[in-house]
Design a protein around this ligand. Structure first.
Ligand code: NAD
Length: 248
């Protein structure tokens, strides 16, 4: 049985979808939870309530992870509030899908800034804390489209491929310090992000998955829980697909 008692996990984008499932799962294994989010306060309060049901400490931090200074302040505040950080989950992400033909510069910049630079900012500001502790877990949510590409997602797939490269580099930098850094590449998961797709696209994508179905946020949360645990202490620089075989 995985056990995260006594540990503190930071989950960016933990206010809904995959991030909320990760926060609830890690809390169920005993970890205290810091949820970093933007957007709906109501969603964040709902996520907080679900985490609280697991009987752990939980706090909400409104912070745009693409903002370097704000991320630094938030990390400092979390360390103050919880006494330290053991697990960082970079899950915050956005999409601005369209063909390059009609993609605006701002569509490209905003996706790279949240998905890739946001993960960098959080890693940057927890880096020395983890080094000093000589222990830690960094888990970033990439995507199968970061491995294979996808028409209409040049910005998003670039950000998710960037996560893969950054994960392997940070894993090499911190391996000697007892800190692991891994990525998870989800396939097609049932959340608000994918619910925005048309029914036709949803059916087409599901049909292309060897398991013939969409995954659930909990499928990603289970993989995060394993990589966050002591049982995964010899795994670093890995990119774990959780995709029903989609990107085989
Ligand atoms: N849903 C899928 O099929 C799928 C597939 C592959 C990868 N992913 C990735 O999984 C992660 C979660 O996806 P989801 O489907 O749950 O998305 P979602 O849109 O339901 O949730 C996104 C979360 O990110 C947070 N967020 C967005 N911008 C932020 C910012 N600038 N600063 C801080 N927080 C911010 C939001 O507050 C929200 O909590 C994303 O990185 C996404 O790219 C999702």
């Amino acid at each position: 049985m995985l056990n995260l008692k006594g540990k503190t996990a930071v989950v960016t984008g933990g206010s809904r979808g995959i991030g909320e499932a990760i926060a609830v799962k890690l809390a169920g294994l005993g970890a205290d939870i810091a949820i970093v989010y933007v957007g709906s306060e109501e969603e964040a309060q709902n996520a907080k309530a679900k985490v609280l049901e697991q009987g752990v400490k939980v706090e909400l931090y409104y912070c745009d992870v693409s903002d370097f200074a704000a991320s630094e302040e938030t990390v400092k505040k979390i360390i103050e509030d919880f006494g330290g950080i053991d697990i960082l989950v970079n899950n915050a992400g956005i999409v601005r899908d369209c063909l390059v033909l009609s993609m605006k510069e701002s569509d490209f910049d905003s996706v790279i800034n949240v998905n890739l630079k946001g993960a960098f900012n959080m890693i940057k500001h927890t880096y020395s804390h983890f080094m000093r502790k000589r222990k830690g877990r960094i888990i970033s949510i990439s995507s199968v489209v970061g491995l294979n590409g996808n028409a209409g997602q040049a910005n998003y797939s670039a950000s998710k491929a960037g996560i893969v490269g950054m994960t392997k580099s940070v894993a090499k930098e911190l391996a000697g310090r007892g800190v692991t850094c891994n990525a998870i590449a989800p396939g097609y998961i049932e959340t608000d992000m994918t619910n925005a797709l048309s029914d036709k696209v949803k059916e087409q994508v599901a049909a292309s998955i060897p398991m013939k179905k969409r995954g659930k946020p909990e499928d990603i949360a289970n993989a995060v829980a394993f990589l966050a645990s002591d049982e995964a202490s010899y795994i670093t620089g890995e990119v774990l697909r959780v995709d029903g075989g989609m990107a085989m």
